[in-house]
Design a protein around this ligand. Structure first.
Ligand code: OAD
Length: 272
């Protein structure tokens, strides 16, 4: 065993002793719920539980590429709610920035499309946006890029955008990854990094969507893994050096920061 016991205190000691120099973090929608953005799968508050008005055959269809090609309206009816820019990063996002400032963040893999990691200060080259982002958009047929301004207008006014090349006239879609689509190349270029990590932190994800969900398993068996999440997910807890903090991300992060002696610094970072 790498940690003497599977507690947050033992993990904090491991960090304070300088044994965690290359931390890989994997995040999902649960780190942004306290910012006011719903997650996907929480039973009552999650996005998938609240899509009845869209008359979908099943909730995930709204992000399914084959469904979208036949029926893009439900996605564009919803897109406004997903579009980044309206929310403030949480203290959990600031914690990610703190790890970066301390030179400890090897890579942050996020499934989120809210851009709050960047807004909290984490530089773009430290972030793998595994499920893409709204930064780019293009035609699903000819792949021609589509102007950002027009996309913003389409999303705001809930109209469906089509390729500006009239000989194509394919549907236009933001660069967020749908079910049935390939993840960005940078995900596959970096998905071996967890094997180099000396600490893995998983936060706010149900670990239900592959290939992202298998990232924590890419860590070496003797690498401590920390889960901060309201429920136990994936295979977290199944290894000797797994530490589970089954609670709200923000309070779990505060506890970890406190145990590391970083709490004041973190609160100050978040307040600015
Ligand atoms: P989910 O909604 O599947 O999971 C969120 C997890 O965070 C759940 O385990 C919640 O219990 C937990 N959670 C929610 N709020 C929390 C909080 N404040 N503190 C601690 N835990 C909290 O979201 P993701 O795992 O991100 O992909 O979903 C993965 C992918 O499925 C998304 O990227 C999206 C979705 O379909 C695509 O659309 C391709």
């Amino acid at each position: 065993q790498t940690l003497r016991e599977c507690t947050l205190e033992a993990l904090a000691r491991y960090i304070k002793d300088g044994r965690a120099q290359k931390i890989v973090v994997m995040t999902g929608a649960g780190i942004s719920t306290s910012a006011g953005i719903p997650d996907f799968r929480s039973p009552e508050t999650g996005l998938y539980a609240n899509l009845a008005r869209l008359n979908l055959p099943y909730p995930e269809a709204v992000f399914d590429i084959d469904f979208f090609k036949k029926n893009p309206e439900p996605f564009y009816a919803l897109a406004q709610e997903l579009y980044p820019g309206k929310f403030r990063p949480t203290i959990t996002h600031s914690f990610l920035y703190l790890l970066h400032q301390k030179g400890l963040l090897l890579k942050l893999f996020t499934q989120n499309i809210d851009c709050l990691e960047r807004e909290a200060g984490v530089p773009g080259d430290k972030i793998i946006e595994a499920h893409g982002s709204f930064a780019k958009q293009g035609c699903v047929e000819c792949k021609k890029p589509y102007p950002q301004e027009r996309m913003r207008d389409a999303i705001e006014k809930k109209w469906v955008p089509y390729c500006l090349d009239l000989s194509c006239n394919g549907l236009v879609k933001p660069g967020i990854v749908f079910f049935g689509e390939q993840l960005p190349a940078e995900f596959f270029e970096n998905n071996s990094l967890p094997a180099q990590a000396d600490l893995c932190i998983v936060m706010g994800t149900s670990l239900q969507v592959h290939p992202f969900a298998s990232l924590p398993q890419m860590c070496e068996r003797e690498t401590p893994r920390l889960l901060i999440n309201s429920e136990k997910v994936g295979d977290m807890g199944g290894r000797p050096d797994d530490v589970l903090v089954l609670e709200d991300c923000d309070s779990g992060v505060r506890k970890l920061a406190e145990a590391c002696g970083w709490l004041e610094e973190l609160e100050a970072l978040w307040a600015t």
